[in-house]
Design a protein around this ligand. Structure first.
Ligand code: M6R
Length: 630
């Protein structure tokens, strides 16, 4: 999830009053920096050449570089702020990437799934690559088409034509913006499964990942459709499909203020991130399997032969990340038949754990910097274990120090309370489980393909849940005075219950506990008194082992003692209605995938209740996003 800006104006316009393309682009990047801050870069077209600067780290590093090495005045420019996916957060991997002998500059948001095969083809033609990114492959492809297929003919929309031909060959999710020295007054952009908006000005036009990229200059925006290409000049905006047929965008007026534009119009980053979840799951799945369902985890640098010998997995994580590990344990053990423990990182190395070279340590961390997890991973390495990191932050310390990495592609998570990272972590851990099952022959390829197909349907189902949250919001507001809320679940519903309780604790400062529903009778049921709110995550009635019936009994037990029961159940589960004050339905999905849906209403509940109490949901008291102390 990167931030992208493009601009074309007239020299008689902003440049004339000292605000050239570079200023506009940098202001856009400042507003889009929430989308990624691994590196930033810009390119402008001036005097028949492309001039570009890029720097790893925050935008401030690029600004310092520009201070030292200024760029010429220009009316055409593009800019990028990066959230690293392919290739670490280095200067070389920063965008823009150049091709066609430095005459073409390209920036990209997304993942090019078939970059490896395209790279091979371009290498055979003699292309030299300077970075590890999929973006540079797209830049090289575009440059190659422009130069060799279109003979470098810039007249008659050469760059637009080249972009159309390049997009016909690209797979995956991408927003691309390109400028060429031979077409100095044009920015060409393309989008597939990745955001891009056009800003309409007077004698100037803009492009942005979202409207915050140009909100300081215009409120007139055009939403592009899927698989569209847009060519902007200072006075024109032309849209086509990938084959050159004219297409239409949808114009609308932006009435957000600049601050809420950064949050996608939501009042908080947390709410925005909850709504980002369909994309977080979809992007984490992207590019990891072929049409037969064969998984290729390209960041997997542990010898497959070694992985076949693994006899134990220990998942190390803290907080929400640990709950995602607990969900994953059920799937990994079920699919791979490898004993899997989940341990809080800070407890791990103080108990003399049994770890050897046949143990696979799977650390899960959104930030990749959590000190407790880092120290636990280091300890496990010293004991000879292989270490694999599931992480959302490319190039952070834990993945760097691990033998293998599986990145979640949730994009930056700004709110302290983790939401989209949780779902992306479960998704990535499931991919790991399926990969191990494939490698070790625990599952037939067809079975893996079926599970991947079910996972592929999850983003749309999350969206369905998000489209029906009014009732849970109402309930949350009505419960702003609650002193304690309990959460019950069984099987994969148990860690979901604990995550629901954690969200409420950290956001609304309310006492909340998550219990395994079966444990109730061993003590916690003593807590139940008249009016005690109890959330129950109910498994699918279609599931195995009469688990559903057991949980329904648990609901009856607490209800009989006065609890107010709030139930999350699968659509069509009529049986729970009789025992619940409130039922929130989630779409049908296989049992192991249900946490990806059931967690969402609990997130919304905590967010809304904390908001009703007037608390800052993005920065709850006493907490930090990244806990870098032990
Ligand atoms: O960055 P990490 O995933 O390693 O962080 C782990 C926990 O600190 C984190 O999940 C924390 O529990 C969140 N605030 C939960 O919302």
């Amino acid at each position: 999830m990167c931030g992208i800006v493009g601009y074309v104006g007239h020299s008689s316009g902003r440049v004339n009053v000292g605000h050239g393309a570079l200023d506009v682009v940098l202001e856009g990047l400042r507003r889009l920096e929430y989308r990624g801050y691994d590196s930033a870069g810009v390119a402008v077209v001036a005097d028949g050449t492309i001039s570009s600067r890029k720097k790893s780290g925050k935008l401030s590093n690029l600004l310092a570089e520009l201070e030292e090495k200024p760029l010429p005045d220009s009316v055409t420019g593009i800019g990028h702020t990066r959230w690293a996916t392919h290739g670490g957060p280095t200067d070389q991997n920063a965008h823009p990437h150049l091709s066609d002998g430095g005459k073409l500059a390209l920036i990209h948001n997304g993942i090019i799934e078939n970059f490896a095969e395209l790279k091979l083809e371009l290498l055979e033609k003699g292309t030299v690559f300077a970075s590890e990114t999929d973006t540079e492959v797209a830049a090289a492809l575009l440059g190659d088409i422009f130069r060799n297929q279109l003979n470098g003919d810039a007249s008659n929309g050469g760059l637009t034509k080249a972009m159309q031909l390049a997009c016909q060959r690209l797979e995956g999710a991408f927003t691309l913006l390109a400028v060429h020295a031979d077409q100095p007054d044009v920015v060409v952009a393309a989008r597939r499964n990745s955001p891009l908006v056009v800003g309409l000005g007077e004698g100037e036009n803009f492009l942005g990942s979202d409207v915050s990229g140009f909100i300081d200059y215009t409120r007139r925006a055009v939403e592009l459709g899927q698989d569209q290409i847009v060519t902007i000049t200072a006075d024109t905006v032309e849209i086509t499909d990938f084959f050159g047929a004219p297409a239409q965008g949808k114009e609308y007026h932006v009435d957000w203020d600049p601050a809420s534009a950064e949050k996608g119009g939501y009042p908080s980053f947390m709410e925005k991130e909850i709504h980002d979840q369909p994309d977080a799951v979809a992007n984490t799945l992207l590019g990891r399997s072929d049409l037969d369902g064969k998984l290729t985890l390209d960041e997997m640098r542990i010898d497959p032969e070694h992985l076949k010998k693994i006899n134990k997995i220990i998942v190390l994580a803290c907080g929400t990340s640990a709950y995602s590990g607990q969900v994953a344990k059920y799937a990994i053990e079920h699919w791979c038949r490898i004993a899997t423990e989940v341990e809080l990182s800070h407890e791990f190395r103080y108990r003399d754990p049994i770890v050897d070279e046949n143990t696979l340590i799977v650390s899960i961390s959104q930030s990749g910097e959590t000190m407790d997890t880092l120290m636990a991973v280091r300890y496990a390495k010293e004991q000879g274990a292989k270490t694999l990191s599931i992480c959302n932050t490319n190039g952070s310390t834990i993945p760097r120090e691990s033998d293998a990495v599986l990145y979640t592609h949730a994009g930056p998570e700004i709110a302290v309370a983790s939401t989209k990272a949780f779902l992306a972590q479960i998704t990535a851990a499931y991919l790991l489980g399926l990969y191990l099952a494939q490698l070790r022959g625990n599952k037939f390829q067809g079975e893996i393909k079926d599970i991947l197909a079910d996972l592929g349907k999850v983003p749309a189902k999350i969206q369905q849940v998000l489209d029906h949250v009014d009732e849970i919001k109402d309930l949350a507001r009505s419960m702003a005075g609650a002193k304690s809320v309990l959460f019950l679940g069984r099987h994969v519903g148990f860690p979901v219950a604990m995550e629901g309780a954690l969200k409420l604790k950290e956001l609304a400062y309310i006492h909340a506990e998550g219990f395994a529903a079966g444990e109730l009778k061993h003590g916690p049921i003593a807590l139940i008194e008249e009016g005690q709110p109890v959330f129950v995550v109910v498994p699918s009635p279609r599931g195995r082992n009469s688990l559903h019936a057991k949980v329904v009994s648990n609901i009856q037990e607490v209800r009989a003692r006065g609890a107010k029961t709030i139930v999350i159940a699968e659509e069509g589960d009529e049986a729970v209605k009789a025992y619940a004050e409130h039922v929130f339905y989630i779409p049908e999905t296989p049992t192991l995938l249900a946490p990806l849906l059931a967690a969402v209403p609990l997130q919304i509940f905590a967010l809304e209740l904390a908001t009703a109490k007037g608390y800052d949901v993005d920065q709850p008291r006493n907490l930090a996003k990244s806990v870098t102390v032990e």
